[in-house]
Design a binder for this molecule. Structure first.
Ligand SMILES: Cc1ncc(COP(=O)(O)O)c(C=O)c1O
Length: 374
């Protein structure tokens, strides 16, 4: 059975491991296993003594207990440890959705958040982010108009990839109230949580019983190669059905990943602070860069996260679409920017990724290209 192309991953597959200048990555700078173990007060020797038997399907209880403490009111048994964050999107939607259901999904979005739902049910209706003057915005009147009797799930992601948007507390309450009043599941992808520059709103898991919350260590903590992710599911029946689906996909988490994830969570603040320091520096560089080419770009400030979504005045680039421009930039100049079309949005936006140490050099290379070729 076919599913829509995973455009973001297909784009990165082409260039991520060959292009020298990565300007679009959503993960933050990583560290080595030795560095992680040292930071957490463990050792390679202790890691080496781990045995490689099967692990518990729902996840190691100690790890689940550590994860549950990242929330205010969540118990260990409400956590399901995954074999990767992205697996959680597949499992949750596969478990909840039926062919006659409708889903409302925030757009733009990481592909899987709308494509998996579209594969499974009648319709995925986009809830469009609004590009306002200098910032992004949510349109609640639009959301209210999209809800109907068939709506089974609302899919959101905050802090948002790619705009860096986070709702205010009032907006988040309104979203949850709408879901609650209409008895709708709220799938809230919180994988960039912890990368707020100002206030952090509560997790949806702590506010709503029918929230399904996705998180993991790939972005905020800079450990995407660990493939550590989890879902928070408070509804016991849903949790049981989802774990049944999980027996068909990955059975149980990888033992080395669970060990290292536990170490990482024990030093989560240090890892997140390190990522935020890098992002803050790069955000200033990015903002200054856009200012210096303000005739060609439109900037909307991200509030949180490791990415920014920037509008191109395409006519000044000499390309019909951002996709054409990004392929050209990667092929001819080894600079990787992600076209917004991969994230289901208008093809005159690009995503910048702010979490990597090489961002400044990559931006310098991009600057050179803009000065000399367009
Ligand atoms: C919003 C969002 N959710 C989930 C994922 C999946 O994370 P992972 O690649 O670590 O499985 C990503 C990855 O880019 C993402 O941006």
């Amino acid at each position: 059975m076919q599913i829509e192309p995973f455009l973001t991953e297909q784009f990165f597959t082409k260039y991520e491991f060959s292009a020298p200048h990565l300007l679009a990555s959503s993960d933050c700078e990583t560290i080595s296993i030795s560095e992680l173990l040292q930071l957490a007060g463990s050792s390679l020797e202790e890691f080496g003594s781990l045995t490689l038997g099967y692990t518990e399907s729902q996840g190691n209880p100690r790890l689940r207990s550590q994860i549950s403490q990242m929330y205010s009111s969540i118990a260990e048994e409400e956590i399901v440890v995954l074999t990767s964050p992205v697996e959680g999107i597949f499992l949750a939607m596969q478990t909840v959705l039926e062919p006659d259901h409708e889903v409302i999904a925030l757009r733009p979005a990481y592909d899987a958040l709308s494509n998996v739902a579209r594969h499974l049910c009648r319709q995925v209706v986009p809830w469009h982010m609004i590009p306002s003057d200098g910032h992004w915005a949510l349109d609640f009147a639009q959301l209210e108009s999209l809800i109907n009797d068939q709506t089974q799930m609302i899919v959101v992601n905050f802090p948002h990839n790619p705009t860096g948007y986070v709702p205010s507390r009032e907006e988040f309450k309104r979203l949850i109230q709408l879901a609650e009043e209409n008895d709708i599941w709220l799938f809230c992808d919180e994988i960039y949580r912890g990368l707020e520059f100002e206030e952090r709103i509560p997790s949806a898991a702590d506010l709503y019983e029918k929230a399904i919350v996705l998180s993991g260590l790939s972005k905020t903590h800079g450990l995407p190669g660990l493939r550590a992710g989890w879902l928070v599911i408070r509804d016991p029946a849903l949790r049981e059905s989802l774990i049944n689906w999980k027996h068909y996909t990955t059975i149980c988490p990888a033992a080395p990943t669970e060990y290292l994830a536990s170490q990482a969570i024990s030093v989560q603040e240090q890892l997140a602070d390190r990522s935020k320091q890098i992002i803050r520096r790069n955000l200033t560089l990015c903002h200054d860069f856009i200012e210096s080419f303000s005739d060609r770009f439109i900037w909307r400030q991200p509030i949180a996260g490791s990415v920014a979504f920037v509008e191109l005045k395409l006519e000044l680039f000499g390309f019909e679409t951002a996709t054409d421009f990004c392929h050209h930039l990667a092929r001819e100049h080894g600079i990787v920017l992600l076209p917004g079309a991969c994230l289901g949005y208008d093809d005159h936006f690009v995503r910048f990724g702010l979490g990597r140490l090489g961002f400044g050099d990559a931006l310098q290379a991009f600057s050179q290209v803009l000065k000399t070729t367009t």
